[in-house]
Write a protein that binds this ligand. Structure first.
Ligand SMILES: [Zn+2]
Length: 249
């Protein structure tokens, strides 16, 4: 570690259980984030700021004016351009040394195993159920830990999946709901700061996993109602296994 890095990460290094060795581990770690939107923006900013060595971003969308109230990686000048490009620029302004891989593609059954391969942790920061189940199934099959989060209106939820150590997203939510059964943020809206809190929780889980710190949100679903400012923890049944989890063993 250089003297400059020691200075940048001084407050990480001071933390109990981190130290220079933990910081070195962060600088050698690789995290992939699916979605550079409302959840991905804060998650990516905090992962880069913490010193994660290599970050990959998957997002096929272009920046829209209606994204800017929550997707804080992007600015007015980025409207119409690929989200991965403005996300990459924002992160490199903070971290010129960051090793960055940009995938301006939609994640599919075909490309997911290749794109998600070889990471220490994956952050599922998508806005649709197909992608959520696809990230889950791909990560469970490859044994990769990941964080799920979802936001709607003034509420959010998040859980962490460590394959083999607790239930996965499919164990809990079973399958993609029928079209129209669950409202979307484009119908009922979402507060940008709500996405900010959940995305920051996801980055924190990634960092904890890499550093082997504390207790992850495994087997627990954390829900948050910002209007009443209430966090709740729902214990998830440990024994329940979905076909994807069963296929591993
Ligand atoms: Zn499962």
């Amino acid at each position: 570690m250089t003297d400059t890095e020691r200075e940048i990460y001084r407050r990480n290094i001071l933390l109990e259980g981190v130290g220079e060795e933990g910081q070195r581990r962060l600088l050698e770690s690789r995290v992939l984030v699916v979605g550079a939107g409302g959840l991905g923006s804060p998650a990516l900013f905090y992962l880069a700021a913490a010193g994660v060595g290599e970050i990959a971003i998957v997002d096929a969308d272009r920046v829209d004016l209606s994204n800017l109230q929550r997707q804080i990686l992007h600015g007015r000048g980025d409207v119409g351009h690929p989200k991965v490009d403005s996300a990459g620029r924002s992160l490199l302004r903070l971290r010129p040394d960051l090793r960055l891989t940009l995938h301006p593609v939609r994640l599919t059954e075909d490309n997911a195993p290749e794109i998600l391969r070889g990471f220490d942790f994956v952050i599922e920061a998508t806005d649709n159920f197909q992608s959520k189940f696809l990230v889950n199934d791909t990560c469970v099959r490859s044994g990769t830990a990941f964080s799920h989060a979802g936001i709607l209106g003034m509420c959010g939820q998040t859980m962490t999946v460590v394959p083999g150590k607790g239930p996965c997203y499919r164990c809990v939510f079973e399958d993609v709901p029928p079209a129209g059964a669950v409202k979307t943020t484009s119908e009922v809206g979402v507060m940008g700061s709500v996405a900010g809190v959940l995305g920051a929780v996801q980055a924190t889980e990634a960092i904890k996993h890499i550093l082997n710190l504390g207790r992850l949100l495994v087997g627990r679903l954390l829900t948050w109602d910002a209007l009443s400012m209430t966090f709740r923890e729902v214990e998830l049944p440990p024994g329940r296994q979905c076909p994807v989890c069963c296929g591993r063993t």
